[in-house]
Structure formats: structure tokens, C-alpha cells
Design a protein around this ligand. Structure first.
Ligand code: ADP
Ligand code: MG
Ligand code: MG
Length: 889
């Protein structure tokens, strides 16, 4: 196996092997751009080292051979006393990762070669500045010395000289600083700073390997779901110097604005500086445009190179460059990060420029970005007072009064106040408070903390781990940097998309993207901004490309109409349970309590016209599109009053000797229907089989509503869906009765209704016997929420707040299986059932109506296993459309 690649040997597609930085350095080298020569040690070498604890035997020789070739080419040897070749040792994994070892520059300098470098450059100051930087970086990142010790020493040197910036230190000062730095190394690391250049290089390489398993790197990988076994590459790159005087410098640039996507000159430049000085903010950088005045030649060349890179990568690139005495060198490029909005704009801009096609454009954006653009946001023009910043854990813009415990959160929100729940960290006891709050703010914990996981699950705004905020829950206050105190009841605003925390009430504006989907803003119209235009076009690309249809989970006409505006192609799940609540509750109670058939019939008769009216409205809203109606699903006792409340009422009435016969009967029914595990109890099809006439009434309501719409020249397309079926017999019994009722209604109204009857697949047994069930079902809709619960054997209502955080932290889940479908387990049942169902009935329609229908990764899975549609909540529809398009690319 080859462990070392010269920059001339690699290319941009070898990121797995060479890491992002190495692959792109090679790509630029091959494009003929000025890259200082060097070589890359592969991630394979790193993997061998991490597994065995030793560098692979061949590595040392290969490095020697490549170093020799580099020395030959540069005409000088690493660390050569009179004219040293210097190199940087740079980490570079496939994904850029904070927490990994930084770069060590100027390797090859020693007490001897620093003199040689000074002579060659004719610049003492430069040589000693480079040397002190080496000892500082090497000491910190390779030898593990606390970096502040060096910084303090540097500050002390500046203070002693009464200067403020490092460039004002002269050679003699820097020389002294080197002595000081070496002492720090000796005391802190217990060894001398190595004088042998090859030893410097080898130690730095090993340190890069080791940094892969640093605590922060591991944590970051867990959070970002980057596999732990990729390893990092190491780049050895000959040095060029931006610290050789005013005709030298270093800078960073974007080929276009990463916020708006606009083409132009975006970047920063710093004269007489090296490496990280630009981003470290130690001196004031100048806007890149000024480079034109400072060094026109280099500027023109840089603009040329940026164009080359954009045309080559066909995307926004960010770059790092250095100018050494008027000569431009490229040190890094990569496809640059961008905001969600810019991603949409850039993708369409590149299509317009003819650089990419529609399909490629779809790969440049994703549903998570679209979802982010759909949240309301803080008004950009508002005056704000930012007091902290944490991790953007769950997007949105939330404003409310500060409360420091769940009890208060619930109490205040009940009285109509908007509150932000502030905790050091949350635990399952805070659940009520989290539900009651507009947003959640914690001072501890990361993206997988309890607060973050639960908030994301609820779609609630959350900022976590805002460490500068001192939360004192006992005294119900929080101290912000600078000492100001936020008391309970003070207004604060939190931005879950940026992690920023503000004092006071920041005005919130609706997302222009939602305004567009709602039809209140039109692309091409004067008020439509570029973002809306870009989203509009990307949605069109996705719609042209996708095979999956997208339906909505909607229970009423209002939601159905919104869903339609958002692009829904029907309703995949209409839950009928809410149609039994409100003032109809009494009827339902009576139905449950009914002793005689007559009484029951009466209740059903009273419910029928009301149900029918619900459906008429729904069919009208969704005219011409399929509407899947699920017959009553939840356990009956959910329609009865709370057992404790009722008991109290009965006891009270008894003691006062007041009449309470009805309540007593009710209480008896509640007891009778009480179940230990209601979600595994009398619900779904079981209800339909046990309560005579219930499903019949619902089917009749659907059929009569359809007939009425027909008579009104509408085009109703109802689908009757039976929940919680475990065996085909259940379905057959319900179906027989349903067919009879439908026939009756057809007869009576003289209309042909063409109602489809199908079932949910949400129990493992249903999935396993899908071939049989398809005999009696015209469609399947996978209820992946219940299927996930029953396959894993855990209850969603309980576990998300209890042990999921621990599971996520331990890496048992990368993400909650209720959020993204568990492909291996639940997913393979879906696949199996889809195949078996279609074997029985080739035209079986297949859909999914769990929460997963709107989850990007899950949508791709459903595309792959050949479902016909996904169904999700109205607000997720655009996301599902986009991801369905992306899945088809
Ligand atoms: P990071 O991944 O943190 O960006 P880099 O490896 O890119 O780390 O290096 C950090 C800084 O050092 C960058 O500004 C880079 O331009 C500079 N640098 C790296 N190698 C060299 C080199 N051979 N000559 C001059 N500057 C270099
Ligand atoms: Mg860099
Ligand atoms: Mg279900």
C-alpha cells in the first residue's frame, strides 16, 4: 500500500484517502496553480497507526523518499544550516473538524538554521519571528504546552517595549522571546525543543495522527455523525512567507459572498503576516479589495485564479493564500460553507451561468436548509442587545419572559404569558415547562443534550450550552457577561438558528419563504426577493425530478387548504379522533356508556351528520385529490374524563348527598376501560370490532359525504383506512361491513363512489403477513410511528425524555428512530411488506404517514424502497417535495 502521495499525484476526488485539504491541494497543483510543493500522508497510514499504536513500517521510508524529492526540487535540505528548507505540517481529514490538531508552520528552524534563514532573506526580524512562531505552535500542539503561557510571554514582551502589535517587536526582542519560549517548553514539557528538523517533522506528523482521537474531536464527530474510523491525512507543504515585510502578506477569500451568493470580491488581507494571523484577529485586516492598491499584480492573478477555481469546482470556493515578496501562492481551497439562503441562491445562479444543471443544483441544497428558511426570524433591522451565544440546537425565533423552573413556566403560560424556560440543563422533570415555553435556553450541554433532543422533537426553539450565562435557578436569575442580571419576568429573545441570546423583545417577522408558499408573495413580483425566487425555482426542479408524491397529514379543511398551497397532492392521513371531541364529547360519552342497542344507535345517528359535514368540507378543500381517512384509532378511554378528577367529583357529591348517578356510571366506565398499556390495548380496528356500529357510522359518513360532493359536481377521492390491523381477518370483517354500507349509499344516492379501502401497516405482524393483508387492502399506509414503537418495544411518549439522551450520548442512536427511520430494523420491515404486498396485488398503492414522511433522510429511504407517496404535516411538505426530488437525482 502506498502511504504518501506527492501533490502532483492526487486529485479532488481522493478526499477519503488524502483528506479534504490534501485532495484539493493536489487538484490545484494539477490545475497549474501556484501551490508550494509538498506531499500528503494518507488516512490509511493514520488508520494503521491508530489501530496498532505504531506507524506502518513502510511509512518512514516513504516519507524519506518524498522529502528527498522535495529537497531536490527546492535545492535545499530540511533545516539546512545555511539555507533551510522549511515546511508546514498540516492536518486534514475528509471533513474539516474543529478540535483536531492545528497546523505547525516553519518546521526545520533551529538555533542554527534560524541564522541561515536570516542571512538568506536578508532579514533578521523575519527569521526570529518565524522561529518563535514555530516553538509556540510546536510547543502547544505537539508537546501539549498550555498555549496561554506563550501568549502571556508575547504580551509581556510587547508591554515591556510599550508597543501594541507584534510587528513592532524587533529582531532582538524576538530573539529574547525565543529563549523564553524554549524555557517554557523545557519546564512544561519536560524536554528541550527538538533541534533536529526531521525529529520536529516526525513528531508533528504523529501529533496530527493522535489528534484524531482528542476529546474535542471525538465529541464533534459524535455530534456531526462523522464516523470515528476515517482517520486524518497529514500534509507536508514547503513554506512560503507572508511575514517578509510589507510586500508580503496572507489572506482568505471567497469566490462569492457566502451570505448572498453574489459575485464580487469577498475576503480579508493582512500585510506582513503569517498563517492564522488573519483569522486570529490580532491585527486589523483590510478588505480584500484593497489588495488591488497594495499589489495590483498579485490581485489580478488572484482574481483570475478565483475564476478558474469556480469554473473548475462549479461552486463557491473559499481559499487561503499568501503573498511572498510580490509572489502569490495558493495554500488551500475547498467548496465553501454557506448559509441556507445562500445555498439556494448559489445553486440557481450556477444554473443560470450554465455551470451546473437542474439535477446537480438539487444536490447543492437540502431539506434541513429549507426548513431553516421557513422559521419566523428576528427582524434584521431591529436594534438588538446580544448578551450571549450558545449552540443553535433547534431553530426558530422565540421571545418571552425569563422563567427558571418548569412550574412557573406552566403557570405563567396558562395565564397567557409567553415564557422562555432558562435552565442550566434540563431533565425529564422539565418536560411540562418545555412544552409550555416559547423557547428553551440552557447554559450547559451540546446538540445531544436533553434540552436539544427534546426541543427538536417538539419543534421548539432551543439554544443550549450558552456557557457565558450564569444561571442561578435558586435565586431565579441569570447573570450575563458584563454583570447584568436577568430576573424572572424580564423579556429575552433567543435565536435557535444562530444560537444568539438577546435582552428584551426583538421583533419577529414571518419567513418570506413561508409567505411565498402561502401565496402571499410571488416570485417575479416587485416585493419578491432573490431568496424567494431561488426557492421557487428549486422547488420546480424538485417537482420535475421526483417520483414520490407528497401528501399531507391534515384533519380539517383549513389545514387541507394550506397543505394544497404548499404543494400537497392529497391527504395521506386524516385523523378522525378530533371529530369526536369538543361539544360532541357528550355524545361519545353516551355512546361508550350505552347499555342498550337503541341508545347506541341514537348516539351514532346524532354523530353521523356531524362527521359527514367534516368530510364534505375536507373533500371540497382537496377536490380532485385523494383523501385518506383513518377510522377512529385511539383507545376509547381517551374520550372519557380524567379518572382522578371524576373520582373526586363523585366523592364530593356523595358526601354532600347530591345526585351523581351519571358521574358514577361514567366512573364505572372509566374503570372498566382503564388499561395498563392503552397504546397496546383496545384501539384501532379492535375498537371497530368491539363497538358495534362505530366504524359503520364512520364509513357511512364518508360515503354520504362523497355522494354529496358528487352531486355538487365535485370530484371526491376518498380512501378509507383501517388502523392497527394485525391480521387479514380483522380487515376482512371490517371490510365486508364497509362494502355493504358503501353499496347501500351508492344505491340510495344513485352515484358510483369508487371508495378505496386499505389499511395501515403499523404492527410487525401486519408487515410480516403483508402478502395476506394485501388480499383485502387496496392500499397500505405505513404508520412508521407505531411501527417504530412496536418494533423496538418502546413508547415514544415516554422514552424520548427518559433514556434517549443517554442512548444518543453513548452513540447507540445517531438520531432518534422517531425522527429518522431506523433503516435496518423498521425499514427492512417496510421493504419486506412493500414487496410482499405488491406480489399479491401489483397495483397496491403504498404510502407512509408517520412523522418520517417529512424527514429528509427517511424520504430518501422511501424513494428507494419504491413507495408511491409520503405524507407529512403541512409545514413539512416543501421539505418532503425537495427531498423527494433530491432522492431521484
Ligand atoms: P487550517 O485547517 O486550520 O486552515 P492550515 O493547514 O490551512 O490549517 O494552516 C493554517 C494557516 O497556515 C493557514 O492560514 C495557511 O494558509 C497557513 N499555512 C499552512 N501551510 C503553509 C505554508 N506551507 N506556507 C505558508 N503558510 C502556510
Ligand atoms: Mg486552512
Ligand atoms: Mg398508529
Amino acid at each position: 500500500m502506498k502511504f504518501v502521495y506527492d501533490f502532483t499525484e492526487g486529485n479532488k476526488d481522493l478526499k477519503d484517502l488524502l483528506g479534504g485539504k490534501g485532495a484539493n491541494l493536489a487538484e490545484m497543483t494539477n490545475l497549474g496553480l501556484p501551490v508550494p510543493p509538498g506531499f500528503t500522508i494518507t488516512t490509511e497510514a493514520c488508520k494503521v497507526y491508530l489501530e496498532s499504536g505504531e506507524e506502518p513500517a513502510a511509512l518512514r521510508d516513504e516519507v524519506s523518499a518524498h522529502l528527498a524529492a522535495l529537497e531536490e526540487r527546492m535545492g535545499k535540505k530540511l533545516g539546512q544550516a545555511d539555507d533551510p528548507l522549511l515546511v508546514s505540517v498540516r492536518s486534514g481529514a475528509k471533513f474539516s473538524m474543529p478540535g483536531m490538531m492545528d497546523t505547525v508552520l516553519n518546521i526545520g528552524l533551529s538555533d542554527k538554521s534560524v541564522q541561515g534563514l536570516a542571512k538568506q532573506a536578508g532579514d533578521d526580524r523575519f527569521a526570529w519571528d518565524s522561529y518563535r512562531r514555530l516553538i509556540q505552535m510546536f510547543g502547544k500542539t505537539v508537546l501539549g504546552v498550555d498555549g496561554e503561557l506563550f501568549e502571556d510571554a508575547l504580551e509581556a514582551a510587547k508591554a515591556a517595549k510599550k508597543v501594541t502589535v507584534d510587528t513592532e517587536l524587533e529582531a532582538a526582542d524576538l530573539k529574547k522571546l525565543v529563549t523564553k519560549f524554549k524555557k517554557i517548553v523545557k519546564t512544561e514539557a519536560g524536554r528541550d525543543f527538538p533541534q533536529d528538523p526531521r525529529e520536529q517533522m516526525d513528531l508533528a506528523i504523529k501529533a496530527v495522527f493522535d489528534s484524531w482521537n482528542g476529546d474535542r474531536a471525538k465529541l464533534y464527530r459524535r455530534q456531526e455523525r462523522i464516523p470515528h474510523d476515517l482517520g486524518t491525512a497529514v500534509n507536508v507543504c514547503s513554506m512560503v512567507f507572508g511575514n517578509l515585510g510589507p510586500d508580503s502578506g496572507t489572506g482568505v477569500a471567497f469566490t462569492r459572498d457566502p451570505a448572498s451568493g453574489h459575485q464580487g470580491v469577498y475576503g480579508d488581507y493582512l500585510q506582513n503576516a503569517q498563517g492564522e494571523d488573519v483569522v486570529a484577529g490580532i491585527r486589523n485586516t483590510v478588505p480584500l479589495a484593497e489588495l488591488e492598491r497594495i499589489d495590483k499584480n498579485s490581485y489580478d492573478q488572484l482574481m483570475q485564479i478565483m475564476e478558474t477555481l469556480e469554473n473548475h469546482y462549479k461552486d463557491l470556493c473559499d481559499i487561503e493564500f499568501t503573498i511572498e515578496r510580490g509572489r502569490l501562492w495558493m495554500l488551500q481551497t475547498r467548496v465553501g460553507k454557506r448559509t441556507a439562503g445562500a445555498a439556494f441562491r448559489i445553486a440557481t445562479q450556477l444554473v443560470d451561468q450554465g455551470l451546473i444543471d437542474e439535477a446537480e443544483a438539487l444536490t447543492r441544497v437540502n431539506g434541513a436548509q429549507l426548513a431553516q428558511l421557513m422559521f419566523p426570524r428576528f427582524d434584521e433591522n431591529a436594534k438588538v442587545e446580544q448578551v450571549g451565544r450558545g449552540i443553535a440546537a433547534s431553530p426558530g425565533a422565540a421571545v418571552g419572559k425569563a422563567v427558571f423552573d418548569s412550574y412557573t413556566a406552566v403557570k405563567w403560560s396558562r395565564s397567557g404569558e409567553k415564557v422562555i424556560l432558562i435552565r442550566r440543563e434540563t431533565n425529564p422533570d422539565d418536560l411540562d415547562g418545555m412544552i409550555a415555553a416559547e423557547g428553551i435556553l440552557t447554559s450547559r450541554g451540546g446538540k445531544t443534550s436533553h434540552a436539544a433532543v427534546v426541543a427538536r422533537g417538539m419543534g421548539k426553539t432551543c439554544v443550549c450550552g450558552a456557557e457565558e450565562l450564569e444561571v442561578d435557578t435558586k435565586r431565579r436569575r441569570m447573570t450575563v457577561p458584563g454583570g447584568r442580571v436577568v430576573e424572572e419576568g424580564d423579556l429575552i429573545s433567543i435565536d435557535g438558528s444562530t444560537g444568539k441570546v438577546y435582552l428584551g423583545e426583538v421583533p419577529v417577522v414571518p419567513s418570506p419563504v413561508v409567505e411565498y408558499f402561502e401565496g402571499r408573495m410571488h416570485p417575479g413580483a416587485d416585493d419578491a426577493d432573490e431568496l424567494v425566487e431561488a426557492v421557487h425555482r428549486m422547488m420546480a426542479f424538485a417537482d420535475r425530478k421526483r417520483r414520490l408524491r407528497v401528501r399531507a397529514n391534515a384533519d380539517n379543511a383549513e389545514d387541507a387548504l394550506r397543505a394544497r398551497r404548499f404543494g400537497a397532492q392529497g391527504i395521506g392521513l386524516c385523523r378522525t379522533e378530533h371529530m369526536f371531541l369538543g361539544d360532541r364529547r357528550e355524545l361519545v360519552e353516551r355512546l361508550i356508556l350505552a347499555d342498550t342497542e337503541n341508545e347506541r344507535e341514537e348516539c351514532l345517528k346524532a354523530l353521523l351528520p356531524q362527521q359527514k359535514q367534516d368530510f364534505v368540507e375536507l373533500f371540497e378543500a382537496m377536490d380532485g385529490l385523494p383523501v385518506t381517512i383513518r377510522l377512529l384509532d385511539p383507545p376509547l378511554h381517551e374520550f372519557l374524563p380524567d379518572i382522578t378528577e371524576l373520582s373526586v367529583r363523585v366523592a364530593l357529591a356523595e358526601s354532600r348527598q347530591e345526585p351523581h348517578e351519571n358521574d358514577l356510571r361514567l366512573l364505572q366506565a372509566v374503570h372498566r376501560l382503564h388499561e395498563q398499556n392503552p397504546m397496546l390495548g383496545l384501539r384501532g380496528v379492535r375498537l371497530g370490532l368491539v363497538i358495534p356500529g362505530l366504524f359503520t357510522m364512520q364509513v357511512r359518513a364518508i360515503a354520504e359525504a362523497a355522494a354529496e360532493r358528487r352531486a355538487a359536481k365535485g370530484d371526491p377521492r376518498a380512501e378509507v383506512m383501517i388502523p392497527l390491523v394485525g391480521t387479514v381477518q380483522e380487515l376482512e370483517i371490517v371490510r365486508e361491513e364497509a362494502d355493504r354500507v358503501i353499496a347501500e349509499v351508492q344505491e340510495a344516492t344513485g352515484t358510483e363512489l369508487k371508495l378505496a379501502i386499505g389499511t395501515m401497516i403499523e404492527l410487525p405482524r401486519a408487515a410480516l403477513t403483508a402478502g395476506q393483508i394485501a388480499e383485502a387492502a387496496e392500499f397500505f399506509s405505513f404508520g412508521t410511528n407505531d411501527l417504530t414503537q412496536t418494533v423496538w418495544g418502546f413508547s415514544r411518549d415516554d422514552v424520548e425524555a427518559s433514556f434517549f439522551t443517554a442512548y444518543l450520548e453513548k452513540g447507540i442512536f445517531g438520531v432518534s428512530p422517531f425522527e429518522t427511520i431506523d433503516k435496518d430494523g423498521v425499514g427492512s420491515l417496510v421493504e419486506l411488506a412493500a414487496r410482499a404486498g405488491r406480489t399479491t396485488r401489483p397495483d397496491l398503492k403504498l404510502g407512509v404517514c408517520g412523522e418520517h414522511g417529512g424527514d429528509p433522510e427517511s424520504v430518501h429511504f422511501f424513494h428507494e424502497v419504491g413507495l408511491d407517496y409520503v405524507s407529512c404535516s403541512p409545514f413539512r411538505i416543501p421539505v418532503a417535495r425537495l427531498e423527494a426530488g433530491r432522492a431521484a437525482v
